[in-house]
Design a protein around this ligand. Structure first.
Ligand SMILES: [Zn+2]
Length: 278
């Protein structure tokens, strides 16, 4: 079985709501549920119920799960080569941002928020410890930026971009002995309708991709919290460890293992089989 979760980053009070409505329409048409990582306080504008009615309505309809995308999505160290809103800040400063952002989202959406997606996919152990203490279920960032050692917090790093989803499934099918988890990240700028040059997909492409996804008999679609619940945090921890181990090997070894998926089971199950057409 291939577990797929789609994470859509950056909706906020000031994001492109017309595009988000169109994405939600495509999701609705093909009965796809995704996780939206929402910024609580973008561009000095706090989220309010009046600012994101389309997201509130879609969540009520069961079309999406809300995760917390940091606090204001600004780097606390703008001069560093790797931007981060959290990494490097002390515990008090991180706690304040996490708590303020979570409270804002819970007030607007009227649900408990259990998932955290740090902006720029960067965090540190302090971030992970606070999330664990505060009862978050999962942290979804980038596996290259750290390994979580914290209690019951499941680490579910993005494993590919939405544009790589078909490749990720094709690759997973070459490893029929091991279940894989694929976490595909999407941004507004992936869509040509965002107006940004170089976008790879049109809304029509996205709609076709979602339709195709729903037609795959070996794919189970999850929100990130559903995915987190499929294994305990220890198993996800080991899965991230395996990915990090593979990423550091010589390319010949790397090429044997999946590039776009997390491996919850023993590594030998994921060695590529040859001669299977996909
Ligand atoms: Zn972001």
């Amino acid at each position: 079985m291939i577990d797929v979760a789609i994470r859509f980053d950056d909706p906020s009070a000031i994001s492109d709501h017309a595009l988000e409505r169109a994405i939600l329409h495509a999701m609705d048409r093909h009965a796809v549920c995704a996780t939206f990582a929402v910024v609580p306080h973008a561009g000095q504008q706090a989220l309010s119920a009046g600012s994101v009615p389309h997201l509130i309505e879609a969540r009520r309809a069961g079309r999406l799960e809300i995760a917390q995308h940091g606090f204001c999505h600004e780097s606390s160290r703008p001069d560093a080569s790797l931007p981060s809103e959290f990494s490097g800040l002390d515990g008090a400063a991180q706690t304040e941002k996490i708590t303020a952002g979570r409270t804002a989202l819970e007030q607007v959406f009227g649900v408990a928020i259990s998932g955290f997606v740090p902006p720029f996919n960067t965090f540190d152990q302090v971030t992970a410890s606070i999330l664990s203490e505060q009862g978050f279920l999962y942290l979804s960032a980038g596996s290259e930026h750290g390994l979580v050692e914290s209690g019951h917090l499941a680490q579910l790093p993005r494993t590919c971009q939405i544009t790589e989803l078909r490749r990720a499934l094709s690759e997973a099918r070459r490893r029929p002995n091991g279940d894989l988890a694929v976490i595909a990240v999407m941004h507004h700028y992936d869509l040509q309708e965002s107006g940004l040059a170089g976008a790879a997909l049109t809304l029509q492409d996205l709609s076709e991709l979602l339709q195709w996804l729903r037609q795959q008999p070996d794919v189970r679609l999850n929100t990130l919290s559903q995915l987190a619940a499929r294994h305990d945090a220890r198993t996800w921890h080991k899965a991230v460890q395996r990915n990090r181990w593979v990423q550091r090997r010589h390319w010949r070894i790397r090429s044997v293992f999946p590039r776009y998926g997390l491996m919850p089971h023993a590594l030998f199950k994921y060695v590529r089989l040859t001669g299977i057409s996909t």
